[in-house]
Ligand binder design. Structure first.
Ligand code: PEP
Length: 263
């Protein structure tokens, strides 16, 4: 079970799904679903990470209806402003009360050529604007076979934490690439082992206090049926959820994992 003091974080990465009208309807329905189920709003932190074009609408709704969801973006520019067509500055996100930014998601590493160096710059850009980076790390199936589960995520996290100070607020997401969108999640034991190793990396880079307070999430085919088994592990403090996070009943059930039998 996640350690006391680290509030469990259930974060929904919508990827390139739901336009701004669908986003508003989705957030309302998710909120109603949690309310109808009597969900304790203080028990866990819920984060939604919509596409950029939805952020303003979702922010307005969250604000107006006092919905207890944190808002996140899926990416951020390494630059603050200037001639960078198509880029979104952390400054703009901060103005929209965005609290979190996903950095280094495997889909950006794979399809947009994001190197460890770029990911490190995005971590810095997030922190410069008071945004908490959700730093994604994870091995491919080939990495797993060649180097085992931990080597690549450890190297990616070490690179991402270059120049980060001990007081920085960060979240780490361990997402084995082979588990993302595949329906084949890691076992809780496998995920725990890597998350514990990643916590050691945070300790080495940022110190023991930072390691103790930093939330480390598991991501990769998380569903209502398996979330409780991950959340029983001591170094897993939540989940970064893709596909299941845009299905109201499924994400609602994931958020209410504490009500599942045996947790
Ligand atoms: C993700 O994209 O971060 C992810 C974990 O996706 P899924 O839950 O669909 O595997």
């Amino acid at each position: 079970m996640a350690v006391k003091g680290r509030t469990p974080f259930l974060a929904g990465n919508w990827k390139m799904n739901l336009d701004h009208l669908q986003a508003v309807a989705f957030v309302q329905k998710l909120n109603w679903s949690l309310r109808d189920a009597g969900h304790d709003r203080g028990a866990v932190e819920v984060g939604v990470f919509p596409p950029f074009t939805d952020l303003r609408s979702v922010q307005t709704l969250i604000d107006a209806d006092r919905i207890a969801f944190s808002l996140g973006a899926q990416d951020v520019s390494v630059h603050d402003s200037g001639a960078y067509t198509g880029e979104i500055s952390g400054q703009f996100l901060a103005k929209l009360q965005v609290a979190y930014v996903i950095v280094g998601h495997s889909e950006r590493r794979q399809y947009h050529g994001e190197t460890d160096e770029i990911v490190g710059q995005k971590v810095q850009a997030s922190l410069r604007h008071g945004l908490t980076p959700v730093i994604c790390v994870g091995e491919t199936a080939e990495d797993l076979e060649e180097h085992g589960a931990s080597a690549v995520p450890v190297a990616q996290l070490q690179a991402a934490l270059q120049g980060v100070t001990a007081d920085a607020d960060i979240v780490v997401a361990y997402e084995p690439v082979w588990a993302i969108g595949s329906g084949q999640a890691a076992t809780p034991q496998q995920a725990q082992e890597v998350c514990a190793t990643l916590r050691q990396v945070v300790a080495e880079k940022l110190g023991a206090d930072a390691a103790e307070r930093t939330r480390i999430l598991y991501g990769g085919s998380v569903k209502a049926a398996n979330i409780a088994s991950f959340m029983r592990e001591p170094d897993i403090d939540g989940a970064l959820v893709g596909g299941a996070s845009i299905v109201v009943d499924e994400f609602s059930a994931i958020i209410r994992y504490q009500k599942h039998v045996g947790v």
